[in-house]
Write a protein that binds this ligand. Structure first.
Ligand code: SDX
Length: 428
């Protein structure tokens, strides 16, 4: 049965079809609104606007539900691996053993970056923020592999571009860290799986062989799963809109990396640790900082709290909070920041300001504490987020291309000057 909404304007009523998704979400399709009524819609920040139909990730913000291709994040975090989840997102199904081995091997074949890329790293200042390095080098992959710029490429060529990116992103990210700390770069080794290889490239030193700790590798693999996709968030929407112009995959993902960098988005994990350290330095007076977060005249916000979609607990935050305790215990790390984080959470969740606005801890609130315990420096936290989100960005880009979606080009309502007469400079 046809489902529709009616808009009445200037005495006329317009019927707009209503689309229902598989999880019963409903959307009014406004494709004919302007031609029928002359109206467009206005929705700053797209808080109530759907950009696409997608079969990749489902969020229920009210219930705190997150599913990748229908699988609950709790199951995937506990039972799956980042390579399995990457295959699930990119190919649309959980792989069997043969498919997983082939997926893994295809990625392992491309972990090396072209030796000319070393010149980029040598040119960066040693304190260069790794996000700036990663974003630039991911985009520059399109110059090393110019065939990736061809919009009319075959499926095989697209998959080769994807495998190259999945393989080289950990190497680029780890080398950005080595540049930050001034240590010699470590090459990838195909003997190690994804998370272990990344940690080895990060922390192995000529003077001190890095000893892999199974608990650390597993914790990192789970963190990558938890960050792998999150439907139409700011950086994913950026990847989609850049890709919609038929810009190549590397450039589209590079745009996603820089969008993620913002402290209101993926940069929040770095901002949370800096906030906790500031509170600790200030004597740990949690109540004072909660008041600052509530004060409209104070620019301070409780980083790692609140979410555009979740008006309940971010399911990822719950999983990471528990993993925090496990990892710190396993590694015998005592981090006073986790106590400050827990008391901040406790005070905030009992405060009307946060309750009325449905502000809960999000994925970034506890993740930095684990990264810190794993020995990853603050400046690398958002790179870790990007590494996890990579298969999600790729799958969303693929879906947009596969659906032949039109170039993204929103409209506006103009509120500037009208009919200004040009006056020569002598008379201004
Ligand atoms: C991520 O979209 C995704 O899916 C993102 C992400 C992903 O996986 O891709 O989940 C990853 O980006 C998580 C969010 C990380 N950012 C932060 O932790 C930064 C702190 N949070 C806020 O800046 C904010 O909550 C946002 C940006 C996350 C969401 O902002 P919205 O949806 O635009 O909501 P808003 O800013 O309009 O806030 C609504 C109200 C406002 O108060 P009033 O004007 O109604 O009085 O809540 C207040 C805000 O001032 N508020 C906060 C707050 N977050 C919102 N007040 C204090 N501290 C906060 N953190």
């Amino acid at each position: 049965m046809e489902d529709f909404a009616e808009v009445t304007y200037n005495g006329k009523t317009f019927k707009l079809p209503v689309t229902t998704g598989t999880e019963n979400e409903k959307a009014m399709d406004i494709a004919t609104l302007r031609s029928a009524s002359g109206l467009i819609t206005l929705d700053s920040g797209f808080k109530n606007t759907g950009a696409t139909k997608s079969s990749i990730t489902f969020l229920d913000g009210e219930k705190g539900i997150l599913k990748y291709r229908g699988y609950a994040i709790e199951d995937l975090a506990e039972k799956s691996s980042f390579m399995e989840v990457s295959h699930l997102l990119i190919h649309g199904h959980l792989p069997n053993k043969t498919e997983l081995e082939s997926f893994n091997n295809n990625i392992k074949k491309h972990t090396l970056v072209h030796e000319d890329m070393r010149k980029f790293f040598d040119a960066y200042p040693s304190k260069a923020h790794p996000m700036g390095v990663v974003a630039s080098l991911v985009c520059s992959l399109s110059t090393f592999y110019p065939e990736s710029q061809n919009p009319n490429r075959s499926k095989e060529e697209t998959m080769l571009t994807i495998y190259r990116l999945m393989g080289k992103m950990p190497t680029i990210s780890a080398w950005a860290y080595k540049n930050l700390v001034g240590h010699p770069r470590v090459y990838p080794t195909n003997k190690l799986d994804y998370a272990a290889n990344f940690l080895n490239m990060m922390f192995d030193l000529p003077s001190q062989k890095y000893e892999l700790n199974a608990a650390v590798v597993k914790a990192l693999d789970m963190l990558l799963i938890l960050h792998a996709d999150h439907e139409q968030n700011c950086s994913t929407s950026t990847v989609r809109i850049v890709g919609s112009s038929q810009a190549n995959l590397y450039s589209s993902i590079s745009a996603g990396v820089v969008a993620l960098w913002g402290p209101l988005h993926g940069g929040a994990n770095q901002a949370v640790i800096e906030m906790l350290e500031k509170i600790q330095k200030d004597g740990g007076n949690v109540e004072k900082w909660i008041q600052k977060a509530k004060d409209k005249n104070d620019p301070f916000r409780l980083m790692g709290f609140g979410h555009r979609v979740y008006k309940n607990f971010d399911p990822r935050a719950k999983i990471i909070k528990k993993a925090c305790d496990d990892v710190l215990k396993e590694l015998g790390v005592q981090d006073p920041l986790i106590d400050i984080a827990k008391s901040l959470e406790e005070v905030a969740l009992s405060d009307d300001y946060f309750k009325e606005r449905n502000l809960y801890p999000n994925v970034d609130f506890y993740s930095g504490i684990i990264y810190k315990a794993l020995g990853i420096p603050t400046e690398m936290f958002t790179v870790m987020f990007a590494l996890g989100r990579l298969p999600g960005w790729i799958s969303q880009w693929q879906e947009m291309i596969g659906n032949n979606e039109p170039i993204g080009r929103p409209r506006q309502i103009y509120i500037g000057d009208i009919d200004k007469k040009y006056v020569p400079i002598e008379k201004r």
